[in-house]
Write a protein that binds this ligand. Structure first.
Ligand code: ATP
Length: 270
């Protein structure tokens, strides 16, 4: 589904380029959830922003490729990328209020996302938006549609962002720490929601997180990053059950014992 090979990205400074990630390679197979983990500053966000063409102006991919749908996203032009993002790849960022437009009603934002890829009447946009808000368990969807982002709680805003990201039923969803900015009490609900949407559509997920418990529960494969490089990758059950790299061992040792539910089930066949 997504094949990242040798991805290398630099940020320009006044004197030279500073390498943020180097020679990153991994796959996200069809129907599989892949966790991208690593400590802060290890290069997780730069990796996905390089793939999605969302680097700030000072950042540049200087090597490697990211093949998706037979297109190398790194070499795709702006209009190709725009058409793939949203329609074929849904993106859920860390802060829902950064993703939503503060001055447009939620209904207008649904209309914009739908009409970016197909024509649809106002009544149909409304019907689709209501149905999608219901599918992400937004309470009072009519009221939410008429309202604005600042009227929503963080959890509700992230539900709206997820509904928007799923509007065109993308086969791949990329989520960058989708619960970090949210209240602890709603974090699991949002992860369960993403998990449900992924499983229901047999989609692929690339989930950026620093929480190994989240990877164990929601992902089948894991990519471990440290200092801008991939240090270990494989099935969650293998990597967590028998980590090879000292850094992965260190990461795992730092986590309190947890029910590695999905990974454990895979190992035991339970
Ligand atoms: N706009 C930028 N300009 C210069 N360097 C940057 C920029 N964005 C990121 N970097 C550098 O790239 C490296 C990787 O950062 P990145 O944000 O990808 O880490 P991360 O693993 O996502 O961390 P976190 O978990 O804190 O989000 C870091 O050394 C960071 O300082």
């Amino acid at each position: 589904m997504l094949t990242v090979s040798g991805l290398t990205t630099e940020f320009r400074t006044r004197v030279s380029g500073v390498r943020a990630i180097e020679d990153i390679s991994f796959d996200v197979p069809q129907g599989v959830a892949v966790g991208l983990v690593g400590e802060t500053g290890s290069g997780k966000s730069v990796t996905i922003r390089s793939i999605l063409g969302l680097l700030p102006a000072t950042g540049k991919v200087i090597g490697g490729s990211a093949e998706f749908d037979g297109v190398d996203l790194i070499r795709a032009n702006r209009s190709q990328l725009r058409s793939i993002r949203g329609r074929r790849i849904g993106f859920v960022a860390q802060n829902p209020f950064g993703s939503l437009n503060p001055i447009l009603s939620i209904e207008k934002q649904f209309a914009n996302v739908i009409r970016a890829h197909r024509t649809m009447s106002k009544a149909d946009v409304r019907a689709v938006a209501l149905e999608r808000l219901e599918s992400v368990q937004v309470r009072g969807p009519e009221r939410v549609l008429r309202g604005y982002a600042h009227e929503l709680s963080g959890g509700m805003a992230q539900r709206v962002v997820i509904a928007l990201a799923m509007l065109h039923d993308p086969p791949l969803v990329i989520a960058d720490e989708p619960t970090t900015a949210l209240d602890v009490t709603v974090q699991r609900q949002i992860l369960d929601l993403i998990d449900g949407q992924i499983s229901a559509g047999n989609r692929s997920l690339l989930l950026v997180t620093h929480d190994l418990g989240v990877v164990a529960q929601y992902c089948q494969r894991v990519v471990v990053m440290k200092s801008g490089s991939v240090v270990e990758t494989g099935a969650v059950a293998d990597v967590f059950g028998d980590p090879r790299h000292p850094y992965t061992k260190q990461l795992l040792a730092a986590v309190p014992p947890a029910p590695w539910s999905r990974a454990a089930k895979e190992v035991t066949g339970a």
